[in-house]
Design a protein around this ligand. Structure first.
Ligand SMILES: NC(=O)c1ccc[n+]([C@@H]2O[C@H](COP(=O)([O-])OP(=O)(O)OC[C@H]3O[C@@H](n4cnc5c(N)ncnc54)[C@H](O)[C@@H]3O)[C@@H](O)[C@H]2O)c1
Length: 253
C-alpha cells in the first residue's frame, strides 16, 4: 500500500506559496510523496520550475507583493499552504516603511486574498485545508522584527477566523509555528542580527537564535513538512484554529 493511500491524500491538489525554497520546498516534496498534485507558487521562476520538475508538480510564477493581481483570483485547490515570507531586521525608528509594506503584502494581505480565492471551491467539495506557516513570532515578539512579528500575529488571527467560517464546510485552518529553521531565510539574517545586536556573526545562532529553545539545534525543513502533511490529511479533520509550535520548547517559557 502506498503512503498516499494510507494518509488519504492521493489525488488531492495543493498550492504552496514560496514553494521554491526552504520550508515550502520541503512541504512540496513531502506532499508529492503522498500523491498530491502540487503547484509551486513562487516569484523565483527558475527555482519554482526546478522544484516542480523534481516532484512532478507545476510551477506558478507569481509575485505576492502584487496584491492587485490577486484581487480577482479564483483558486481551485484542496490544500492551501501560505508559506511565502521574507525578513527585515531593523530597530523601529530606522525601519523603512516600504519594507514594512512589502512584508505585510507577502505575509498577510496575500494569504487573505488566496484564502478568499480558495474557499468557494473548498466549500463546494466539502473539503479544504488551509495551513499557514506562521512562526514562534506569531506568538512571541523579538526586538528589531516589527513588520515580521506584526504580520505573523495578524496571520494567527486570519487563520482563526478562517477556521470558524470554514469548519461547518469541512475546511480547517491551522498555523504551524516553528522556531529557527535551517533555510536560506535564516542564513540571510545572520549578518543583520550580528550588526543590530553588536556581536560576531559566528555567535548569532547560539547567542540569539537558540537561547530560548531547550533543544539546542535548528529545526529541519523536513520536520516542519511532516507536521504540515499530517495537518493536510483527512485524519486531522478535528484540528481547527490551532497553532502548532515546533520550537524545541521556546514557547514553554
Ligand atoms: N526559517 C525559519 O527559521 C522560519 C521560522 C519560522 C517561520 N518561518 C516562515 O516559513 C516561511 C518560509 O520561510 P523559509 O525559511 O523557508 O524561507 P526561504 O527564504 O527559504 O523561502 C521563501 C520563499 O518565498 C519566496 N518568496 C519571497 N517573496 C516572494 C514574493 N514576493 N512572491 C512570491 N514568492 C516569494 C522566495 O522566493 C522563496 O522561495 C516564511 O513564512 C517564514 O516566515 C521560517
Amino acid at each position: 500500500m502506498s503512503q498516499g493511500a494510507e494518509q488519504g491524500l492521493a489525488g488531492k491538489r495543493a498550492v504552496i506559496t514560496g514553494g521554491a525554497s526552504g520550508i515550502g520546498a520541503a512541504c512540496a516534496a513531502a506532499l508529492a510523496e503522498q500523491g498530491v498534485k502540487v503547484r509551486v507558487a513562487d516569484v523565483n521562476a527558475e527555482a519554482a520550475e526546478r522544484v516542480a520538475a523534481e516532484i512532478g508538480g507545476e510551477a506558478w510564477v507569481i509575485d505576492f507583493t502584487d496584491t492587485d493581481a490577486q484581487a480577482e483570483l479564483s483558486l481551485d485547490t484542496d490544500i492551501l499552504i501560505n508559506n511565502a515570507g521574507i525578513q527585515h531586521v531593523s530597530p523601529i525608528q530606522d525601519f523603512d516603511y516600504a519594507k514594512y509594506r512589502r512584508i505585510m503584502a507577502i505575509m498577510l494581505d496575500s494569504p487573505f486574498l488566496l484564502i478568499r480565492a480558495a474557499l468557494p471551491g473548498m466549500y463546494e467539495r466539502g473539503y479544504g485545508r488551509v495551513i499557514n506557516i506562521s512562526s514562534v513570532h506569531g506568538l512571541r515578539a523579538s526586538p528589531f522584527k516589527s513588520a515580521y512579528v506584526a504580520a505573523k500575529h495578524g496571520l494567527e488571527g486570519l487563520s482563526k477566523v478562517t477556521a470558524l467560517e470554514g469548519g461547518p464546510h469541512g475546511v480547517t485552518s491551522n498555523c504551524v509555528n516553528p522556531g529557527y529553521v535551517r533555510t536560506p531565510l535564516v542564513e540571510k539574517q545572520i549578518a543583520d542580527q550580528a550588526r543590530v545586536h553588536g556581536i560576531p556573526e559566528s555567535d548569532v545562532v547560539e547567542k540569539i537564535m537558540l537561547t530560548e529553545s531547550a533543544v539546542k539545534r535548528l529545526v529541519e525543513p523536513a520536520e516542519v513538512a511532516s507536521l504540515v502533511t499530517w495537518l493536510a490529511s483527512p485524519v486531522a479533520g478535528m484540528v481547527n484554529g490551532a497553532s502548532y509550535t515546533m520550537d524545541g520548547g521556546w514557547t514553554s517559557r
